[in-house]
Design a protein around this ligand. Sequence first.
Ligand code: CAA
Ligand code: NAI
Length: 246
Amino acid sequence: MRLRDKVAIVTGGGNGIGRETVLTFVKEGAKVVIADFDEVAGEKVLNEVRSLGGDAIFLKVNVADQESVTKLVDKTLETYSTVNILVNNAGITADAMTHKMTPEAWQRVIDVNLTGVFYCTQAVIGKMVEQGHGKIVNTSSVSGVYGNVGQANYAATKAGVVGMTKTWAKEYGGKGINVNAVAPGFIETGMVEKVPGKVIEKMIATIPLKRLGNPADIANAYLYLASDESNYVNGTVLHVDGGIMM
Ligand code: CAA
Ligand code: NAI
């Protein structure tokens, strides 16, 4: 039980990597707040947690809406009295070549992937400082570190997440809070299903492990960074991408 009695908020916990993370954390003894915009998926994951005998709640939240995020953290504290772990996992894509990208597609991705991470962190940081410990795990991407065709908006947010991770690691390290990020490669979820098949084939050919990642590959990285095993790891970006870029 690597997270026994820890309280964790997992944003985007209803689908893909977030769902796998919720189930992994529960199996490791955590009480989990499934924070997602998608009510149907969130309730489904909650039922999966219950069938494992785990402790979780689902809260509908839009991470891009500060009031919604404040309510998420208030309700978490009301239910579990504390918050030990925040996994900033919720994210979206709206891919287009830059000359075709609409201002709306640019802004939508910035609002969720960048501002959403800022709002969620800002909302939990006071409690973590007060209690003298906390773990914040952010989600970057291979696209944020190396760039990717069709993803100027998304890559900007995921590079921004790296900048915020390192800044918060410096701002709050002295208060007992570890802030790190995971940079996944291409992982088999709904997000990657939208990518044209020919692009995916080309992508797999460049991955030394010759396969896409699966959600558990990332959930296990989040688990390490959320657990006490990583107590001396701060401000790092853990690349979990099959070696796609070296
Ligand atoms: N690498 C290299 N070249 C690429 C490419 C890629 N990943 N994706 C597209 N191109 C090239 C195309 O081959 C094409 O080249 P030519 O003009 O020489 O034929 C050119 O870019 C334009 O592509 P399209 O003809 O497909 O143009 P489009 O406007 O119809 O679509 C696109 C553009 C939206 C970028 C589409 O190609 C696409 O969806 N590409 C995949 C984008 C992608 O990789 N998204 C990752 C989503 S998963 C994710 O985001 C998770 C994560 O963190 C990694
Ligand atoms: P997914 O699309 O399967 O799941 C994303 C979840 O986030 C969904 O449940 C969705 O409802 C939720 N969400 C979206 N907008 C939200 C909002 N405004 N408020 C609350 N919840 C919201 O995607 P996936 O693949 O599981 O992605 C998880 C994270 O991993 C994202 O940050 C993504 O950018 C990142 N990532 C994914 C990679 C991949 O290849 N799948 C690669 C690199 C990073």
